[in-house]
Ligand binder design. Structure first.
Ligand code: HEC
Ligand code: HEC
Length: 198
């Protein structure tokens, strides 16, 4: 029996709401990952508007993101410095830990009409890679339920060239902007923000 830490108590409280979270077997990894919770939320489900959720994140995407922050090839406000503190092995271990956590999508305020329009646009322009309405976390991160201000920053980083963008995604975003304008992209953000658990 492990000692009950605050983290542990929060995990137990969370368990009542959903399925029991899978904890990594290695206590060192739990400790390592606890360093991230202050910003990314308990077990990686964020409540901070500009901070992305990392729970349930595809491990490969997680590792690529951390290495890109560390190399400085992906623009960031704080993660460049944080990522420099971890070895490849620690990053791998944390990737496995967070991939095994259940993502809790907290409610955000959104415009239902825009979200409805965004749903259709998502299907036309984004669904091919961000499957199940952006619910599936594959090598393209988590979009459904992701914090809306964070999504806006991410899209802006891509469009301004501060973050490398998949060529095919760039083509789709450009098509969407040409056909629907900036409001079209904002509508897609509202669609992702409209998806929550409770
Ligand atoms: C001081 C707050 C803070 C801490 C602590 C922190 N992060 Fe972050 N994290 C952020 C912010 C903000 C971003 C968005 C990129 C940026 O601006 O730095 C981010 C982005 C990320 C991303 C990319 C997510 C995506 O959707 O692409 C990953 C992965 C990540 N953090 C992992 C971690 C891990 C692992 C730790 C603990 C070792 C950690 N973070 C600690 C604030 C934080
Ligand atoms: C051809 C595949 C493809 C299409 C189509 C596509 N994306 Fe992406 N998207 C990706 C990939 C790959 C990444 C991960 C980039 C990376 O590794 O940094 C990504 C990442 C993102 C991110 C950043 C997620 C994060 O956690 O930081 C956002 C936001 C996003 N896409 C929005 C969109 C929107 C909106 C559309 C439709 C207009 C779209 N994408 C269409 C492949 C695609």
């Amino acid at each position: 029996m492990k000692t009950k830490t605050l983290m542990g108590a929060m995990v137990i409280a969370g368990a009542a709401l959903s399925t029991v979270p899978v904890l990594a077997a290695d206590p060192a990894t739990n400790l390592l990952s606890a360093m991230c919770s202050g910003c990314h939320g308990t077990d990686g489900s964020s409540r901070g508007p500009t901070i992305p959720s990392i729970a349930g994140m595809n491990a490969e995407y997680f590792v690529d993101s951390m290495k890109a922050f560390r190399d400085g090839t992906r623009a960031a406000t704080v993660m460049t410095r944080i990522a420099k503190g971890y070895t490849d092995q620690e990053i791998e271990a944390m990737a496995q830990y967070f991939a095994a956590q259940k993502l809790v999508r907290f409610p955000q305020s959104f415009d239902p009409k825009l979200a409805e329009r965004g749903k259709r646009l998502h299907e036309n322009y984004c669904e091919k890679c961000h499957e199940d309405g952006g619910m599936k976390s594959d090598e393209a991160g988590v979009l459904a339920g992701q914090m809306m201000p964070y999504l806006r920053f991410s899209l802006d980083d891509f469009l301004q060239g501060r973050r490398e963008i998949d060529k095919k995604m760039k083509a789709k975003v450009d098509d969407l902007l040409a056909a629907e304008g900036k409001e079209g992209l904002e509508a897609v953000v509202h669609f992702y923000g409209s998806q929550h658990d409770k």
